[in-house]
Design a protein around this ligand. Sequence first.
Ligand code: NG6
Ligand code: CA
Length: 505
Amino acid sequence: MNPLKKLSLLIAFVAFSIQITKAQATLQKPNIILIYVDDLGYGDIGVNGAVGVKTPNIDFLAKNGVNFSDAHCSASTCTPSRYSLLTGSHAFRSQAAILQGDAPLLINPKQGSLASMLKKAGYATGVVGKWHLGLGNGTLDWNQEISPGPREIGFDYSFLIPATGDRVPCVFVENQKVVGLDPNDPMKVSYGERIEGGYPIGTENPDLLRVDADTQHKNAVINGVSRIGFMSGGKKALWTDEDFPFVLTQKATSFIEKNKTKPFFLFYAYHDIHVPRLPHQKFQGKSSMGARGDVIAQMDWCTGEIMKKLKAEGLDKNTMIIFTSDNGPILQDGYADKAAEMVGNHKPAGIYTGTKYSIYEGGNRVPTIVYWNGTVKPKKSAALLSQIDLYASLAAFLKQEIPAGDAPDSQNFMDSWLGKSNKGREYLLEEGFTYALRKGDWKYIKPTKSNGADWMKNKQIDSGHRIEKRLFNLKTDIKETKNLAAEHPDILKELEQKLNDIITS
Ligand code: NG6
Ligand code: CA
């Protein structure tokens, strides 16, 4: 072989090896997209039995990935679940409860987070969508840069609905600044005193309302919808609820595009299907269930757009998608949007008892799918898993050490998330204004001082609170109706003791 040919062969070989090493390096660190739906119940997606709405994009993920039937968010409301997901720590440890829109940041920047762990592992990190974990340090001025926020807990990029769609402020916050705020029209937010010169109040202006609401949701009227809390100013920055799917998905796909050459972590937290449910015209009438079904169709579309973007950028095979929800479903949650009247035969929580706010399975057993084209094999898994474990699982997968004290409740189940094992947790704690502990098919619910708060009873929500100790066997009694506490004192004692150990540790 002449030397020139030899040299060119050598160059080709080196180039090829570099490519392989590069491919291996990227394979070891797949992009991670965590799609977090709000208030989506176990039965709200096609593969899990939805009849009132079609979810073709989510069904695709489930049929071509691992679809879990016994995976849980850590609590039956939003802030506690998000706290646990991002910190690997039970919500009770920081008394995490549903936050108002002006609450300070709940996660201590000194404590590690899923985002900071992934950042250390070399990921570009971004969060788009509903935050609801508080912002600032207690003296929040929305007209200035907001700190601490997502950046301080490890997100390089953020585009947020600060709290919920039904809470003020009704503005987006990008990289810790209110988007489109006119300095000549400063904004103010209050959850106590009404603000003079602020937006009109729902209770006094029923003619301004497109949808009726309960009294808690009848403060500031913005876009014809009354919200929790008072607000003034920031008129140019106000969002249009109907545009959420487009605005948020555009931010999410542009994050993907900007970071396509490095491993990235995108936490895409939908506003859907939380109240107020205001589907864009494009999705109105897409389900047989009115607004609640239409926003399910809407968020399925968003999921499809993310998939499309990954394919278009050639990232499909190197991206792990985790799809799940922050708590169980609820029909009536403050607005007269006919969700209950139009639900028909559709079962939002599937076969499970309970709703958002409840300690029953329906409150925290949520749709959970892991899709990774080419790596994860399609399967159904009954492993008992919690979102709280994603932190330690991903850390182990990426060979990241978790500093002492961080993610204290998170356990590594990466093989189970990837469908390679069916092993689940020995014990799984459920939070929902009281506690429950699962062990296999057994479930113990800690007694409470009363049989539930009046505000929930008034809404016909059964929170699952009872003054007696209860023990259920989900194998024979999936609906949690037959208390076996008296028949199985040993199991009762074991679970009671273990639960107490966890909540006092
Ligand atoms: C409750 C609201 C409810 C919803 C929830 C938060 C009332 C009566 N109810 O306090 O409408 O906003 O908070 O939902 O105000 S979550 O999914 O973010 O936890
Ligand atoms: Ca929620």
